[in-house]
Design a protein around this ligand. Sequence first.
Ligand SMILES: Cc1cc2nc3c(=O)[nH]c(=O)nc-3n(C[C@H](O)[C@H](O)[C@H](O)COP(=O)(O)OP(=O)(O)OC[C@H]3O[C@@H](n4cnc5c(N)ncnc54)[C@H](O)[C@@H]3O)c2cc1C
Length: 427
Amino acid sequence: MKSVQIGNFDSLSTAPTNWAGNIAFGASSVLHPATVEQAQAAVRSSHKVRVLGSGHSFNRIADTNGTLISLSKLKRNISIDAEAQSVTIDGGATYADIAPQLHRAGFALANVASLPSITVAGAVVTATHGSGDGNKNLSAAVSALKLITTDGELISLKRGDAAFEGAVVSLGSLGVIVELTLDIVPSFDIRQNVYLNLPMATVTNRLDELMSRAYSVSLFTRWQGETTDQIWVKARAQAGEPAEEIFGATPATIPCHPIPGMDGTSCTRQMGVVGPWHERLFHFAIGSTASAGAELQSEFFVARKDAPTAIEALHAVQDTFAPALFISEIRSVAADNLWLSSAYQQDTIGFHFTWKPDWEPALSAIGAIEATLRPLRARPHWAKVFTMPSDEVQALFPRLTDFCDLADRLDSASKFRNRFVTDLLFA
Ligand SMILES: Cc1cc2nc3c(=O)[nH]c(=O)nc-3n(C[C@H](O)[C@H](O)[C@H](O)COP(=O)(O)OP(=O)(O)OC[C@H]3O[C@@H](n4cnc5c(N)ncnc54)[C@H](O)[C@@H]3O)c2cc1C
C-alpha cells in the first residue's frame, strides 16, 4: 500500500481491515479528507474509489484496489430543522454522533439498528434496519442526499426526484455521499423487557401477534430444541406496564446479551426501566463494545406472509447450521419503495445469523440456509455474507436494471464500482 499525500490529507500506510477482521482491504491508498473540497479532489485524482464507513460490513462491499476514502475527519455537521422535522448531517457521521444531540433538541429517529457506531451513510446504502411492524429500514428515513460523482462534481437528490428511490440504497456505487437529510420525529421514551424460552411452535403460529405487540420486537434463537432463547420487546412508554408473560415466555431477571451467556451490561437498559429512545432502541449502548468482532454475520429477508413457512423450514434443518451459530435474530421491517431495498414493496421478516468466526463451517451453514430459503425468494443483506450466485440475486430485485442505468448515468467511468458490485449487480 502506498502512503499518499494529496493536499493536507492524512494517509495510512498499513492495510485496514473491516471490524470483524475477515476482510483486509486491497486499497492502494486510504485518504481522510477533512473537507468536502478535499474529498472532491480525491475523487478527481483517483481512477477507482470506494468510501469506507465504520467498516462493519462482513463482505467485500467496501473494498477497492484503488482509493479508499474515509470521511471520519469531515467536520461533524448536525443541523436540525424543527419545522421541517429533519436533520442534515455529514457523510461521515455515525448514529452515536447524532442520536444524543437529536434527543437533547427534543427529536428522535423513528428507528435504528442494533449498533450505534455504524455510519449513517454506510447503513442507508446497504438497507440496514432495526425491527418493528411500523418501521421501515433506515434508508427510508433519507429525504435528500449530496453526492460527489465521477468527475468530482457535487449533485443533490431529494425525495420526489425521478432517480431518488434508486439512489439511496446504492451499495456505495453512485458516488461519495457527503451530506444526508433524514426525517425525524418528536423524542419519545421506550421501555425494554426481555422474555425467555418461548416455544418455537408459538413463534410459527402467532408470529403476527408477537411482532405487533410493541414498537420494536426481536426474537433471538439458536434454533436448537423446541424453544427460542429470548424476545426483546421495546415498547413506547405510554403503552403501559409490561406483560407478566408472553405466551408462556417469562421475564428475564438480569440484563441479557443477545448471545446467551455473554455479559448483558454492554446492552441498552432492560427490565422495564423507561428511558429515551436512543438508550433503548439500539441493542448495544452508545460507547459500549458490542463484542470483540470475532464473528461473521448473514441475513436473509422473506415476505412477511412467508415467514411462518420459513421458520418451519429452518427449524426442520436446524442440525445443518446450528453448530456454526452464535445466535439468530428474527425482526420485522415494513415495506418501502427503494429499488435495491431488501424490503422493496413487501413487508418483510429478516432472519439474521451471527456465526462463529470459522470461515468454512460458516460458509457451509450459509449454503444450507440459502438452500432452505430459496423457494421463498429470500433476499440477502447487502453488507453481510452470502453465497448466492449473482443471477439469483439479480432476479430478486425488480428494479435492478433501472439501478444499473442510473449508475451508468451518474458514474459513466465506473469509478465507484468495485469487484463485489460489478460481479453481483452488473455482470
Ligand atoms: C455488531 C454489528 C451489528 C450490526 N447490526 C445490524 C443491524 O441491527 N441491522 C442491520 O441491518 N445491519 C446490521 N449490521 C450491519 C451494518 O449495519 C452494515 O454493515 C453497515 O453497512 C455498516 O455501516 P458502516 O459505516 O460500517 O459501513 P461500511 O461497512 O464501512 O461500508 C458499507 C458500504 O457503505 C458504503 N459507504 C459508506 N459510507 C459511504 C459514503 N459516505 N458514501 C458512499 N458510500 C458509503 C461503502 O462503500 C460500502 O459499500 C451490523 C454489523 C455489525 C458488525
